[in-house]
Every structure is written in C-alpha cells, then in structure tokens.
Design a protein around this ligand. Structure first.
Ligand SMILES: Cc1ncc(COP(=O)(O)O)c(C=O)c1O
Length: 411
C-alpha cells in the first residue's frame, strides 16, 4: 500500500471551524438573503458594509514609487518602520521603556507571523505555552505548526475579573514541570472576550513571572496587543499597562506583538512586528538572531508596500496626525455599536462578558448547537467552547436590536 504522501508530523493537520471559512459562508448567505446578520468578521467595517479604510493609508498606497511597492522589503525592516512601530506601541512611555530595556523590532507577516515565530523559537518541541481558556483559535494552529501545545488557566474569577489566582497556580506548576514558562496574553481588548486587564493585574502577572525567573527558569511573555488602539478608554491611557514591565526580572524576554492589520486596516498586506524587550542584552541578541533567521526561513521578508506606508506615516508628522484623527472616527464607530449592544442586552436580560473595547463582544452559552441554531435564524457568529463571539466590527447599528433578540432566544 502506498505510504501516506503527507509527512508523519503533518498527518493530523486539518483546519476545523476556521474563522475565515465561516466568514466566507456568511458572506455567501448574505448574497442570497437580505436579513442575514454577519457578525463573524474581525475587520472594521462602516455601517454601510464597506471596509473602514484610513484615507491617509489609501492616499499613500496609491502614490508609492515602484521601489516602495515592488522591491523586497529588508528582513530587518527599515528604520522608519522599526522606530515608528516602537514609538506608536509604547506611546508616551517609549522613552522610559528605551531607558530600561534592550530591544529589537522584527517585521513579520502580520501579528500572526509574529506569534508563530515566537512559539517556534522560544519553546522546546512538546512543551506548552500558557494561555487563558478563552482565546483566538488560530493560536492552536500556530502551536501545532511549532510542535508545541497550549495549556490553559481560567480567564475569569467568579466576579468576571482576570483570574489571578488560577493564573498564578498554573504558571508556577507549568514552569516547574517543564523548566520553562512561555505565557501568551492578548490584552487589552481580548479577542474573543473583550476583557481588559487592569494595571494591578499586570503588576501581579509580572510578579509571578519574576518569581519563576528567580528560579533560573527561562521566561517569555508574548503580549499580543492587536487591539490596543480600540480600548474604550483614551488611547494614551491604554499604554499604561507597559509601566508594569519596568519591574520585570532582567532575564525575562517580552515579545510584544504588533498587527498592521488592526492598526491600519492593512489586513490583506500581511504586515506586523515582534518587538523583543529584555533588560538582558544577551537575550535580545538571541531574540534578533533567531528572529531574523525565521523571517528569512519561513517567509523571506514581509510586504514592502505595507512597510513603506507604515514607515511614511510614522516619520511624517502631518500623516501621523491625519491617521490619529481617523483613528478617533474608527473608535467612535465601535463605541456606538458597543453602547447600543450593551443597552439592548440589558433590556433583553442577556448576560454578556464585560466589554472594555476591541472588535468583539462575547457571551457564554451552554447550547452546544448554538452555531446552527443561530444560522437557521440567519445570524452568523463564531462559536467556541462555551462561548459565542460577536464581531461588532462588522455590524451595523440598525441590526443590533434584532441580533440581540435572536441571541437571547438561543443562548
Ligand atoms: C488576538 C489577535 N492577535 C493577532 C491577530 C493577528 O492578525 P494579523 O496577522 O492579521 O496581524 C489577530 C487577528 O485577528 C487577533 O485577533
């Protein structure tokens, strides 16, 4: 008998309930029926259904030179891109972070490429990355591809706050068991739940990581900040969580994951970055050595037009101002939808998880058939274990009351 054409390690690979596939299904249904509500897509859309484009991004895109469009992008990225991303991510705290850390910015194919590379390079095969029990499902795929596993702690305590106690217990247990701790947190504006950890939560997380590092166990924190620009509180305040980094043990590596998809609506361009930070220079030298290698080995380099546009915006004050102004509009769009959704949920006595920003609102459910039940009523959401995720990023205001009513019916 012919042996499998697929290598043994790839035999079990199968994309299941893939978010992008379900979105395609919802889109196809929408073409056939005009009452379909598609709450699957994690891309920001206007109420009228067209994608939210930043005018300045669009204008720069249309005026790039041939070199800015067609040439290979440098593996390490341009200075304009690297410095610009760093300053944008850390905002008003950029100087204090620079004073306290060695750092390096590696361009990647979106935040996805950043997480995938980090999983691969900062774990031994067979080890587990610690994450909360509600998470963006592609993390499973990144882990499988990197020959590692995911191990979870409870995201919420009884009061629906970040569950520090379970985090602490699971982190110490895993660290001792495998002599390594790699933690992934998607904060603020968690996908799927909308949770934002408090500054005190972050301080405690750092305390626990320090405790592990004190035992001479290697510690990597992967901090996925894909939705940092969409927190309900003012944009500058959303950067305050980085102040907790200042207390970090010198031997910890933090990899901050930046997504050009979410920040600039450049979803299709596949541009992002992993920003490595550590107080230990050797650790950042290692981060750069293996990161550069993986970029070249896995996808060669990233999108040149994406890098050119982001570099230009960050190095030209007037472009940056236009972008910041448009971002206020984008945030307003989401805020209006969230306020209406929360008000309707209260009216219908529908329990939602606390929302503090981002593209998604989630609801816990015991209905195992929830996806099908909702689809029968022409509502498309992403269902996960015990939870459905509603992408308010792709809703329009007018459909929210009916959506909440249908959700209440099936939850
Ligand atoms: C939590 C989270 N992290 C990272 C990403 C990465 O997105 P991209 O690879 O498009 O930058 C996404 C995209 O949906 C996300 O939801």
């Amino acid at each position: 008998m012919l042996r499998s054409i697929v290598g043994r390690h790839a035999e079990e690979k199968k994309l299941e309930s893939n978010i992008l596939q379900i979105s395609q299904e919802a889109k196809a249904m929408k073409l056939k029926h005009n009452d379909v509500i598609d709450a699957t897509v994690g891309m920001l859309h206007h109420d009228e259904g067209n994608i939210f484009k930043f005018g300045i991004v669009d204008e720069l895109l249309k005026n790039l030179t041939d070199a800015e469009t067609y040439h290979y992008a440098p593996v390490r990225g341009t200075k304009a891109f690297g410095d610009g991303v760093f300053d944008w991510v850390f905002g008003k705290h950029k100087d204090i972070i620079k004073q306290n850390f060695h750092y390096s910015v590696i361009p990647t194919t979106g935040g996805s490429g950043a997480i995938s590379n980090t999983f691969y390079n900062f774990n031994d095969f067979g080890q587990s990355v610690l994450i909360p029990n509600y998470y963006w499902s592609p993390y499973d795929n990144f882990a499988y591809e990197a020959n590692i596993n995911l191990s979870t702690f409870l995201m919420y305590d009884d009061l629906k706050r970040f569950n520090l106690e379970d985090f602490r217990a699971k982190a110490l247990e895993l660290a001792k068991k495998q002599n390594r701790l790699c933690l992934l947190l998607n904060d603020p504006c968690n996908n799927p739940t909308g949770l934002c950890m408090t500054e005190e939560d972050w301080q405690e997380v750092v305390r626990v990581l320090n405790q592990v590092a004190d035992m001479d166990i290697p510690v990597t924190l992967i901090h996925d900040i894909a939705y940092i620009d969409y927190q309900l509180k003012p944009a500058e305040a959303s950067r305050d969580i980085f102040l907790s980094y200042l207390d970090m043990h010198p031997n910890i590596l933090s990899v901050v994951v930046f997504s050009g998809s979410k920040t600039f609506s450049l979803y299709g361009f596949r541009i992002g970055a992993q920003i490595g930070l550590s107080k230990n220079k050797d650790i950042i030298d290692s981060f750069l050595r293996v990161g550069d290698y993986s970029v070249r080995a896995r996808f060669s380099s990233v999108s040149q037009p994406g890098m050119s546009i982001i570099g230009k915006i960050f190095t030209t004050p007037e472009y940056q101002k236009s972008f910041a102004d448009e971002l206020i509009e984008a945030r307003k769009l989401l805020r209006e939808r969230a306020i209406l959704f929360v008000a309707e949920a209260e009216k219908q006595k529908l329990d939602i998880l606390p929302y503090c920003g981002g593209f998604f609102i989630s609801i816990q459910t015991k209905n195992k058939n929830i996806f099908k039940d909702l689809a029968n009523d022409h509502v498309y959401v992403i269902s996960m274990k015990d939870l459905i995720r509603i992408a308010i990023s792709s809703l329009n205001l007018a459909e929210i009351p009916r959506l909440v009513e249908i959700l209440k019916k099936h939850i």
